[in-house]
Ligand binder design. Structure first.
Ligand code: NAP
Ligand code: ZN
Length: 351
């Protein structure tokens, strides 16, 4: 074991603060990474504040962070894909059983034995896993990803969660040329959704509660922008969408979007608000519409998404911050005031 610097929360009401955690020494299949940047996902905030207590109660101290980019410092004797000095990324998963049907299909996110990057039982230490608000991490080589060399590292970090979480359902539901696609909520996930939908060739419509984000939405790739609190603007799009991706972190009316789907249209929820959402069955029945969910993505698809970003020069729009600003960043996240992802420069942990 060795000591790593990190930021952790010790309860659902305490701010994140500097601490020291123990990491395992790399075993033969492990890669040790010096973390350079880590994005701030709204899931970090939900977890730190124990807002998902009913599904995944938080174990404290909690070190969040699952949008990790860094440089490999050590590799185990059986590691083949990485060597010291290489860039590497780590997303929301750090382990899975490797043998179940989901793992065999490269869908580790559905493995019953998968281990999340933070707040999951850690089979190596006997405690819980600690995430990327830290100067280093050690992961099995299967869960380390290659970062295309042309991408800015601070802006590439959010691809590891916000990127794959939006890319995967769009791929699954056939987003592409000739499709009308809606993105609800222009935050970290939403702005990546806009970039992907645009790059995939879809007619892309952003739904936002923030009039101040209209110009940005167009710059990011939207063909149209709708202020979702304006009923008349919403009504103009009734029954017209093939696919809508809901990226909202708080309670909101999803029925207002279901009525915008065309026949057989699908709305996928990736946003995970604290409280259950209400759903009118009539909205789905007339039109044979569907609502589904989607969690992150498997390792194969995550690498494919990173390579797609390399080819199309897609990264996140980031505000780079020092770790000491993390609590302030959380407050801004709650006010939908981030353009469009915070990325923590981990060099600040040393100061
Ligand atoms: P974020 O950056 O905070 O963005 C959320 C956006 O939702 C805001 O920017 C805002 O957009 C909109 N919004 C916020 N409060 C709202 C309200 N009361 N009513 C309507 N719209 C509201 O969050 P994020 O990091 O993108 O994460 C979004 C959600 O996805 C979170 O719940 C997160 O936990 C979840 N998530 C899920 C997965 C998965 O695997 N499924 C992965 C990562 C994250 P506008 O200003 O444009 O309205
Ligand atoms: Zn996330």
């Amino acid at each position: 074991m060795f000591n790593a610097r990190a930021y952790s929360a010790t309860s659902s009401t305490s701010p994140l603060a500097s601490t020291t955690i123990a990491r395992r020494d790399p075993t033969e299949n492990d890669v040790q990474i010096e973390i350079l940047f880590c994005g701030i996902c709204h899931s970090d905030l939900h977890t730190v504040r124990n807002e998902w207590a009913a599904v995944m109660p938080t174990v404290y101290p909690c070190v969040p962070g699952h949008e990790i980019v860094g440089r490999v410092t050590k590799v185990g004797s059986a590691v083949t894909g990485f060597k010291p000095g290489d860039l590497a990324g780590v997303g929301c998963l750090v382990d899975s059983d490797g043998t179940c049907p989901a793992c065999k299909e490269g869908l580790e996110q559905f493995c019953p034995g998968m281990t999340l990057t933070y707040n999951s039982p850690d089979k190596h230490t006997g405690g819980v896993t600690y995430g990327g608000y830290s100067d280093s991490i050690v992961v099995d080589q299967r869960f380390a990803l290659h970062i295309p060399a042309n991408l800015d590292l601070a802006a590439a970090a959010p691809l590891l969660c916000a990127g794959i979480t939006t890319y995967s359902p769009m791929h699954h539901w056939g987003v592409g040329a000739g499709k009308k696609v809606g993105i609800v909520g222009l935050g970290g996930l939403g702005h990546m959704g806009v970039k992907f939908a645009h790059a995939m060739g879809a007619h892309t419509v952003v739904f936002t509660t923030s009039p101040s984000k209209v110009e940005d939405a167009i710059r990011l790739g939207a063909d149209e922008v709708v202020i979702s609190r304006d009923a008349a603007q919403m009504q103009k799009h009734a029954n017209s969408f093939d696919f809508i991706l809901d990226c909202v972190s708080a309670d909101h009316d999803i029925n207002a979007y279901i009525q915008l789907l065309g026949r057989d249209g699908n709305m996928t929820l990736v946003g995970a608000p604290e409280k259950p959402l209400s759903l009118s069955s009539f909205g789905l029945i007339f039109g044979r519409k569907s609502v589904s969910g989607s969690p992150i993505g498997g390792l194969k698809e995550t690498q494919e998404m990173l390579d797609f970003c390399g080819e199309h020069n897609i990264t996140s729009d980031v505000e780079v911050i020092a770790i000491q600003q993390v609590n302030e960043a959380y407050e801004r996240l709650l006010k939908a005031d981030v353009k469009y992802r915070f990325s923590i420069d981990m060099a600040s942990l040393k100061s």
